[in-house]
Ligand binder design. Sequence first.
Ligand code: HEC
Length: 235
Amino acid sequence: MNLRTQSLPVKILFTCFLGTIGIAYLSAITYLFLIDIEPHAKGNLGIVHAVIIKYYGQRGTTRLEAALDGGMGENITPAQKKQISEWIRKGALPSGFESIKPIFLNNCTVCHSKESGMPISPLTSFDEVAAYTQIDIGQSVKSLVRVSHIHLFGMSFLFLLTSWIFVLSEIAVKWRAILVSVPFLAIWIDIGSWWFTKFEPLFAYTVIAGGALMGLSLASQIIISLWEMWLKKGK
Ligand code: HEC
């Protein structure tokens, strides 16, 4: 039984499933772009740099200063920025906060407060601001564990189903064998590299390579399956 000779209801089911997965994948890519790439692209940083910032962090600086060097810098004068940096270099102590508090109240709390209703952290008190003055070492182990297990559980089912449909295709058995394993290999590379990047920024390249490999293998599975079901002529 191959894809071409499946009954109409089965073909429609497979098509709906593969189409939905394709759309979901494109949304995931768009989400990734909007959250991780675009905010940094404003500061002319490429995708590799964005990945490094996400997993390795910016270790010469704090999250607050990194934000002010990036998009948040538009809301503040260089002199005010310097004042904040000096406060951080002196240890970000409660005693020095009073003198810089007005900077936050005047320039930041329009957005960074509970009242604004925006889904971002408030910056109205010492504790809230101080939380951003730690050295930025990228995603915490806790959040990496969380995202890793969710992705591994979720993606394994997804790839099982797309690959199961795809193995019914008529391309050479050798290629089918390769193409059912590549998505799994890609997710191991991708997620493994998140962890490695936390310790060595060079692995940002394998994060991107893993992600690209996953997209390409998933796309080929979907396109080949759809083509054989609907367009390929029987012999
Ligand atoms: C016009 C609204 C607006 C103003 C004004 C604003 N911010 Fe933000 N800020 C945002 C939004 C939206 C985000 C989340 C998206 C992002 O990271 O770009 C954010 C994110 C941040 C972050 C988090 C970055 C991270 O590492 O997660 C910090 C820190 C920050 N802002 C500091 C400031 C400071 C300091 C000021 C004042 C000088 C300020 N912001 C003014 C809207 C604003």
